[in-house]
Design a protein around this ligand. Structure first.
Ligand code: 3BY
Ligand code: FES
Ligand code: FE
Length: 411
């Protein structure tokens, strides 16, 4: 297991524009450092707010060692808490999704209000002060209908991401959406391999026959230079969106942690379906046309998303171990769309269920090859894998920043 100095050394010696060392994709020490310095410190996408639409609805997620619960309160507010009972530490809410008027611990029934206050604890004696035993809060922000959490006590600034979420994702009006389907899979690969694979479409032609009916594998769709620099087709799409007041132009974090861009699909395809036509009769939000393309949003380290005219798909990854990653996908549709009438669930989900499984296999084979003593880091394609380079550069910068010894404070 690598120690901090050895991890720093591998990060410092990595060859620019090449894949990382085997250890950084598989070693237990490197994995623990990723948790400590990335996963426990960054904002993480948790769920779309419409996953918990009503008071008492909650959703859980496991971030490394930390179980977290996200709850909709009686005031409509969404809050996040450590999902750990303040009595003897039972995991409070065991299910991925649940609903209850109060949060009741399954062990000895300590009962918490939806705002985390301890309301009731049986037979705790006259000196017991329940106000000392509220659930521990987790930082939580909701913008554009997307819930983000951060485990750090001093989270990084959420702006300007929040403003772009309001504008770009706001156009899909997730407050009037519902979750039509959730899929959770485990990929036997390091979380960084899952992101790297997502950040390029060099593999799409060879791996994704159904996605390639509607999604162009032209790397210009995935990597852009700026709001006024893209292919003629994308620029024309942005002009058209501008005229309709639909946020579309490429915008990115200078540090490349996140990016938004609305891109056209292939040959005027409407949606990620086998027919390339819309899967849902009712459009979401204020999107004016069926061929408005996909608003692609990614945010390191934990999510990428597609917002289409007729539905949206949000993807969340969470590390499970050095070589295992959970990927949860949720398909969102207008809240009044009726399954079997306005959409067919199979037609809505089949392309990305297949794509996720194809990506799982790619990632698992990638991990197996990397575990070989014969593996050595290989070069990324400058035209096809620019998005991967952005991610790896972001990761290495963050880790080196946070792992580097700080000069001692003056006494
Ligand atoms: O879903 C995505 O965002 C990425 C973009 C390129 C490959 N993959 C389909
Ligand atoms: Fe929760 Fe005992 S551990 S009530
Ligand atoms: Fe893929």
């Amino acid at each position: 297991m690598l120690n901090t100095a050895e991890i720093l050394d591998q990060l410092a010696r990595r060859r620019k524009n090449f894949s990382l060392s085997r250890d950084l994709y598989s070693d237990e020490g490197a994995y623990r450092a990723d948790l400590e310095h990335i996963w426990y410190r960054e904002w993480l996408f948790a769920v779309p707010a419409c996953d918990i639409p009503k008071t008492g609805n909650h959703a859980t997620l496991q971030v490394g060692a930390y179980p977290v619960v996200v709850v909709r309160g009686a005031d409509g507010q969404i809050r996040a808490f450590h999902n750990v009972c303040r009595h003897r530490g039972q995991r409070l809410c065991p299910k991925q999704n649940g609903s209850s008027a109060k949060l009741v611990c399954p062990y000895h029934q300590w009962t918490y209000d939806l705002d985390g206050t301890l309301l009731f604890a049986r037979d705790m004696g006259p000196d017991f002060d329940p106000s000392q035993f509220s659930l521990k809060p987790v930082e939580c922000r909701v913008e554009g209908g997307m819930v983000f959490i951060c485990l750090a006590d001093d989270p990084p600034d959420f702006e300007p991401l929040g403003g772009f979420l309001r504008d770009y994702v706001g156009a899909s009006d997730l407050s009037n959406a519902k979750v039509a389907f959730t899929s959770t899979i485990v990929e036997n690969g390091n979380w960084k391999l899952v992101i790297e694979n997502n950040r390029e479409c060099y593999h799409c032609g060879g791996s994704h026959p159904s996605l390639c009916r509607s999604y162009s594998d032209n790397p210009l769709m995935t990597v852009m230079e700026g709001p006024n620099a893209a292919s003629a087709e994308i620029l024309a799409h942005w002009d058209r969106c501008d005229q309709a007041g639909l946020p579309a132009r490429f915008v990115n974090d200078p540090g490349m942690q996140w990016r938004f861009a609305r891109v056209p699909l292939l040959n005027n395809a409407e949606s990620f379906t086998m027919s390339t036509k819309a899967a849902v009769k009712r459009r979401m939000g204020s999107i004016p046309w069926n061929d408005a393309g996909s608003l692609m949003f990614y945010h390191f380290p934990s999510s990428w998303h597609h917002f289409l005219p007729d539905h949206a798909i949000v993807f969340r990854l969470l590390p499970i171990s050095a070589t295992q990653t959970e990927v949860t996908s949720k398909w969102l549709v207008h809240k009044d769309a009726v399954e079997g009438v306005d959409y067919d669930l199979q037609k809505l989900t089949e392309v990305w269920l297949a794509t996720n499984d194809e990506d799982r296999r790619v990632v698992e084979e990638n991990q197996k090859g990397i575990l070989s003593p014969a593996y050595e880091p290989g070069p990324y394609s400058p035209s096809q894998e620019q998005g991967v380079i952005h991610f790896v550069d972001w990761y290495v910068r963050r880790m080196m920043d946070r792992l580097s010894p700080r000069p001692a404070m003056a006494a």
